[in-house]
Write a protein that binds this ligand. Sequence first.
Ligand code: SF4
Length: 512
Amino acid sequence: MTPRVYLINPSHVAFGVAVITPRWLYVLAAATGHEWGDPVIVDETLERIDLNAINRGDVVGIGIHTGNARRGYEIGRAARERGAWVVYGGIHATLFPDEVFEFGAAHSVVKGDGDLIWKKAVRDCVDGKPLPLYDGGRVSGDDFIPARWDLLPESSYMWASVQTVRGCPKHCSFCSVWRTDGQEPRQRTVDKVIGEIVELRRKGFKFIALADDNFYPVTLEDLAMAGRRHDKSRLHQLQDMRQERFELMRALAGLPDDMVFFTQITMEAAEDTAFLDAMRKARIRGALIGVEAVTPEGLKDVYKGFNLAGDELIERLRTFRRHGVHVLGSFIFGLPSDREKTFEATAALAADADITFAQFVLLTPFPGTIDFEKWAAKPENQETKVDGIPVTRHWLIPQEKRPKLFTPHPTMSIEDIRVRTQLAWDQFYSWKNVWKRSNVVKSMKARVAFVLISKLYRQMYANTGIATDSARVQRSAQWARVIAKAVRRLFIAKPMPELEMPDLAPPAEQVA
Ligand code: SF4
């Protein structure tokens, strides 16, 4: 019997419908090739896996980040008991390759990008001789594999996701992206990105997340600094990179006009109004921006000195809105410099700055970050345990017992910070405030969609992440399941199977 290849996205909570397609599942499905038939794709944010379906000799690929590693290990152990080959990949497996053997019954681990190396790992498993480690390194933008969108299940996702660039030149202390994906941005060519988007629009996806580490990899400041160097090679390289961004946005603008895009960028893009205008023309209507903190002390805490604070911050965030880009502002609570008034000041700033969506996250030392290294090196943290597991490996602690904050705060209790964070979510997403913000769209149908997606976002991310009460988490997940189904219908368009690739040739004046 031909073995089957499984690709699994573990999750301890399922919503029946998910907002964004987990792109890596479909990229690795493409990387698997056709030798063993179509891979079986399991996204547990939709439904739990049926472990009984796994047979002896199957190859089970499990992609883990720190948040779902524990659930991933449960699946891996069960799959191995059933006689399958178990291979881990993803950011967490890259950072802790030994842990997947210790806790997840692994046969192998794939470090780094799986695009090119995954197929070899599968073949070796099928041949019965997997290597313990496959190092995929960082593949170049030209080698990123387009996803197998033909394998997407019907009616499960609201937004599709396409990657245009990997890597981020910044070095924020709470983020691991610049260390795992590197600081040198790796851009995909325009034709490959547009090819995937056209395929997705043919299937009826009109909302696309450009799932990039940082969509704005070259700032005006970077260009100015490179321009001051005697050797201009770096300047030319950055100029080419920037030019390619504009070419991509020009191509996006040529796609069907019901399409809407969303991405992640740094706040410095507000200075670059030519870039913002190109985003608006490309219908990149929203961007996740890490505001993190609203005070200079808070920004220093997270090495994000390139952000602004106070009135300048409000002005910068408003600039996005003026140029037609809505902001999903991300804020961190629990920083050493936070005080009781910081919570209210943050909520007030979010309202003043015309932010359309916001998320308020608790400072968590995630592996791969500078914050984690400093925190995990402290003997008192190594000695603190929950059920015998040191908090320096907090992802191994059962979800319901896992602390919500890990670092004692100089002036506030951890519970106080958690409650105030929950209040910030409650306030920002109150019916009154959400309805007020819904005037960013015109028709009643669009306003209803806006309200529902705002409420859904809050249920999925605030109530299932910050709440300590498991009954509340379950109720939220059930509620989210109900509205997610209704909301999805508002995001999906009529399929366009006949849609052609747009002409990607540069305009005549550019050629000349
Ligand atoms: S938080 Fe954003 S800007 Fe900072 S390193 Fe990570 S991806 Fe880059």
